[in-house]
Design a protein around this ligand. Structure first.
Ligand code: ADP
Ligand code: PEP
Ligand code: K
Ligand code: MG
Length: 572
């Protein structure tokens, strides 16, 4: 208890240095140091001044949070903190939750209920609603974070230019019956839509389809057969009845294959998407998710656009894997992105449904290996749009995503327009907790090979440090891993190892803290820290102890991206 094992190397060379350093400068070495007593260096002010950290009984931080740079304070996720205090480290949820915000959840109190229920990221889907509507949601989430101490990140999801229906002239849905003839038209209708008529957003639609093609709505919710083409109108016979929803996705099939005509040439990012992206940058969203990504080029292009436009270029780009093209170019796309989403809704409309589970497994695994956060999305709890309990099959599906150790699960219609958003969130939370616990108890350590992802020798050292620290944490059964990170890189490398204990990630900015909230097992805090690890640790211990988040005797392993070391110690 009075010693710490310290594996240390001198400070990192500048990150861009690509030349291999001499061993003298980079080889970590091992030493056993007498541990200086941290509390001796600690200024009592930070832990004794109640104005610095105040929490209510729900663990919601009440001191001003976002944007403040009070050197003596620490900002953490209020809900996770309450969970930590209540259940201890081991049972804190590791799998993160993204909730799509729609009419059912856009109000301040509904958003607050989701935040209290564990929403880590709020997603706004630019397919629906106006920019003004989305701006109000963003403002409310920001206010919630600021006033109530949450760290909910915002993800903006683009519409993309794939083919979809219009908005049904204001109706919330329309029923298509077997044998009915419906007109799919590219004409602009000024006011009301004629009966049994559907608007299509893509001008080339009437030319691309052929008589005899099968028209599939939302991956099979409704099916039609094209029976006649009259100028801009395409007459279709309903062959599989069902509910048509506004802006539902359309695909057409010929002889059992998805037709990729000129629609395959549509840009991934449409001109409307670029305007939405400008809006997202101006509003300072944390993530931009790109629909129907086909290649890595579009991601690289967007990333350089963001870098040129946004002050700190601190928006992460998430590639949505939802087309056959994206599966073909999967590795390059993930490599170019800051994360990926298994968008099973549209993916299941482009590949046979029975191939979706294997695709999901492959995407989740690849993302983990390439150290990119991955979200499993769509229909996780679809029946909960209408009913207060999930089906057993849905619970099994959620469990499988957690067992695959995806970073995050996403609610779509369940939270956007369902009747039971909070209940759906509770199901995701409780299933995640249970499966994670089962995994730890059973010690089902997967033999996942984590290939080196670093480009420089210094980056490879960071990886090795994180892999070793995570392994030590499991073997020594430590209570928590601490990581001090200015870029988030070391935190994500630790998360990639999926250790048994939670990872407390200390970062210097609120925006990075929000973005780290998408990654498995990370409990991000904002904290001002220096290059002096000893004083960082002292400060952190005092602040966290004052908040009842850790206690004397807890065993902690600390790593940092400023000073490459692994320290093992008991909290003094
Ligand atoms: N901003 C919004 N305004 C109105 N309805 C929305 C909004 N966002 C989502 N929805 C509703 O929630 C449903 C599920 O959301 P999502 O899965 O994101 O979209 P989609 O069904 O278009 O893929 C949508 O079909 C739509 O009915
Ligand atoms: C998440 C998805 O995308 P969207 O909801 O935008 O269609 C999906 O297709 O599964
Ligand atoms: K979308
Ligand atoms: Mg989609």
């Amino acid at each position: 208890m009075s010693h710490s094992l310290q594996l240390f190397a001198p400070p990192l060379p500048p990150p861009l240095s690509s030349t291999r350093q001499t061993p003298l400068h980079t080889t970590p070495h091992l030493s056993l140091l007498p541990r200086r007593s941290p509390h001796l260096q600690f200024s009592l002010r930070a832990s004794s001044d109640p104005s610095v950290i105040v929490s209510d009984s729900n663990g919601v931080a009440m001191s001003p949070s976002s944007g403040t740079s009070d050197l003596s304070s620490i900002e953490g996720d209020a809900v996770t903190e309450a969970e930590l205090r209540e259940n201890g480290f081991r049972s804190t949820r590791r799998t993160k939750i993204v909730c799509t915000i729609g009419p059912a959840t856009c109000g301040f109190s509904e958003l607050e209920a989701l935040a209290v229920g564990g929403m880590n990221v709020a997603r706004i889907n630019m397919c629906h609603g106006t920019r003004e509507w989305h701006k109000e949601v963003i403002d409310r989430v920001r206010r919630l974070n600021h006033e109530k101490g949450f760290a909910v990140a915002i993800m903006m999801d683009t519409e993309g230019s794939e083919i979809h229906m219009g908005d049904l002239g204001g109706a919330s849905s329309a029923k298509a019956e077997d044998g009915e003839v419906w007109t799919f038209s590219v004409r602009a209708f000024n006011s009301t839509l004629p009966e049994h008529t559907i608007n299509v957003n893509y001008d080339g639609f009437a030319e691309d389809v052929r008589v005899g093609d099968e028209l599939v709505v939302d991956g099979g919710m409704v099916r039609f057969e094209v029976i006649e083409k009259i100028g801009p109108d395409v007459k279709c016979l309903c062959t599989d009845p069902g509910l048509l929803l506004p802006r539902a996705n359309l695909t057409f099939w010929r002889n059992g294959s998805l037709v990729r005509e000129r629609n395959a040439m549509l840009p991934t990012i449409s001109s409307k998407d670029w305007l939405d992206i400008d809006f997202g940058i101006a509003e300072g969203v944390d993530f931009i998710a790109i629909s129907f990504v086909k290649s890595a080029e579009v991601i690289k292009h967007l990333k350089s656009y963001i870098a040129a436009r946004s002050r700190d270029s601190d928006i992460s780009v998430i590639a949505k894997i939802e087309s056959t093209d994206s599966l073909k170019n999967l590795e390059e796309i993930i490599q170019a992105s800051d994360g990926a989403m298994v968008a099973r809704g549209d993916l299941g409309a482009q590949i046979p449904l029975e191939q979706v589970p294997a695709a999901q497994q492959r995407i989740v695994q690849l993302c983990r290996q390439m150290n990119k956060p991955v979200i499993v999305a769509s229909q996780l709890l679809e029946s909960m749009i209408e009913y207060p309990t999930p089906t057993r099959a849905e619970v099994a599906d959620v469990s499988e995503a957690v067992r695959q150790r995806a970073d995050a699960l996403m609610l779509s219609g369940e939270s956007a327009m369902g009747q039971y958003p909070e209940k759906a969130l509770t199901v995701l939370r409780s299933v995640s907790l249970r499966i994670e616990k089962w995994w730890r108890e059973e010690k089902r350590y997967e033999a996942m090979i984590l290939p080196s992802v670093g480009n420089s020798f210094a980056e490879k050292i960071s990886e090795e440090i994180c892999i070793s620290a995570a392994k030590m944490a499991n073997n020594l059964e430590v209570d928590a891993l601490f990581v001090y990170t200015k870029t988030g890189h070391m935190a994500s490398l630790l998360s990639r190892c999926r250790p048994d204990c939670p990872i407390f990630a200390f970062t210097t900015t609120t925006s990075l803290r929000r973005r780290l909230n998408l990654q498995w097992g990370l409990i991000p805090f904002r904290l001002s820290f220096s290059d002096d690890m000893e004083s960082n640790l002292n400060k952190t211990f005092s602040l966290l102890k004052a908040r009842n988040l850790i206690k004397s005797g807890d065993l902690v392993i600390a790593v940092s991206d400023m000073f490459q070391s692994i320290q093992v110690m008991n909290v003094p």
